[in-house]
Design a protein around this ligand. Structure first.
Ligand code: CTP
Ligand code: MN
Ligand code: MN
Length: 385
């Protein structure tokens, strides 16, 4: 029994972007429970409650030690009544009945499976659930019309729900970089998203592409995509063109959190050889698909599907795009909330606008953006909120 005096009290600033959150989480049981409740709230269309649970989980992720006693949490921000009750149940009984019953509920299980299909959001999954669809088999049998993304998502469901490794991310990076440099010499590519934060696996691989000469990057995505397509690397792709200049949103304030860069959401076909870095590609020659005689493990296909996101930005916006696409999602949300609520500024992946000074604040590095925001610089590896 630990006496009250020996209990470590925790403290933390209230915005996640003011804290360092490494991948070394000392409270995984608690944070996984709160994340599950956040998922469940989001699957029920209650985004506000979802964010509240995510903020609570984020505070616990940043603690230097496991929580052992409720008294340690006094004075910590973002822990509402509901989150505290869940934490208390787990500390006292080893489990929270709310979490356990949510995990077992028909609706939660079905919506997790259905939203696990690439291209399927909460609204669609919920409609299917209300029509009695509970799993992939029932979806296929139902004859529901699926769009192209959803068809691809269903077809590659198992692959896309298997975490992407760092080695696979690097293999994809080599392929994309060759294609990018061949259609635009001098273009620069940066690994962003979870892998830039040092994660060992991810649900996809994200890249940011730019060119040191402003404007040269325009129209790059379609060229890269047709190159990759001719080489047989793409199982699916959806390209969106840049719509920043024609947008009516005003200073750094896209109408949604969605930015307006030219981009491509894709599904890559990554062969075993490419994963092991054995395959040489390039020079515009159409790549020969592997026609290997099936090995002893019958039915084993020699490739796997991997989700890849490509984003292109002009060099003048690079620092903002880099910051905005490195994540985590909660860290980004908290940065924007800090900017708006504490600094009367507006931050997006394109720019930072100072409402009082009525001007854009320039930056060529992430460090400068943190400085403009009056925040201590938090490196990518400590943005794992
Ligand atoms: N992002 C965005 N707009 C989108 C999709 C993503 O700005 N339409 C940003 C997110 O805010 C995040 C980054 O892109 O900062 C990466 O998103 P995502 O790949 O979904 O998450 P990761 O953090 O990379 O997680 P994972 O490792 O699971 O891929
Ligand atoms: Mn990612
Ligand atoms: Mn992504």
């Amino acid at each position: 029994q630990i006496s009250e005096a020996e209990v470590v009290m925790f403290s933390a600033p209230s915005y996640a972007c003011q804290r360092r959150t490494s991948l070394n989480n000392h409270n995984t049981v608690l944070t996984e429970a709160l994340s599950l409740l956040a998922d469940n709230a989001e699957l029920s269309g209650d985004e506000g409650r979802g964010v509240a649970f995510r903020r609570a989980a984020a505070v616990l992720k940043a603690l230097p030690k496991p929580v052992t006693d409720m008294t340690q949490l006094r004075g910590l921000p973002c822990l509402g009544e509901h989150s505290l009750r869940v934490i208390k149940d787990i500390l006292e009984d080893g489990a929270s009945s709310e979490v356990e019953s949510t995990k077992r509920s028909e609706r939660y299980k079905a919506l997790k499976v259905l939203t696990g299909i690439f291209g399927v959001g909460v609204k669609t999954a919920d409609r299917w659930f209300r029509e009695g669809i509970r799993d992939l088999q029932q979806l296929q049998d139902s004859g529901q019309t699926l769009n192209q993304a959803q068809q691809a998502g269903l077809e590659h469901y198992d692959d896309l729900n298997q975490p992407v490794t760092r080695a696979e991310a690097d293999a994809v990076g080599e392929i994309v970089e060759k294609a990018v440099v061949s259609v635009l010499p001098g273009a620069q590519m940066t690994l962003i998203g979870g892998f830039r934060r040092g994660k060992l696996t991810g649900h996809d691989v994200d890249f940011l592409i730019t060119h040191p000469e402003e404007g040269r990057e325009e129209g790059l995505v379609p060229k890269v995509v047709s190159r990759l397509e001719s080489e047989g690397f793409l199982l699916y792709q959806k390209t969106t063109r840049n719509s920043y200049l024609e947008s009516q949103d005003g200073p750094a304030r896209p109408s949604s959190n969605m930015d307006r860069f030219e981009r491509c959401f894709s599904i890559f076909k990554l062969s075993e050889e490419e994963k092991r870095g054995l395959k040489q590609t390039g020079n515009g020659v159409s790549r020969i698909h592997s026609h290997r005689v099936p090995g002893p493990e019958a039915g084993h296909k020699p490739w796997r599907a991997v989700r890849v996101d490509l984003v292109v930005c002009p060099i003048s916006q690079f620092a903002f795009a880099l910051l905005g696409w490195t994540g985590s999602k909660l860290f980004e949300r908290e940065l924007r909330r800090w900017a708006g609520h504490e600094k009367a500024m507006s931050l997006s992946s394109h720019a930072l606008y100072d409402t009082k000074q009525r001007r854009y604040l320039r930056a060529t590095s992430e460090e400068e953006i943190f400085a403009h925001l009056g925040l201590e610089f938090i490196p990518p590896s400590e943005r794992n909120t």
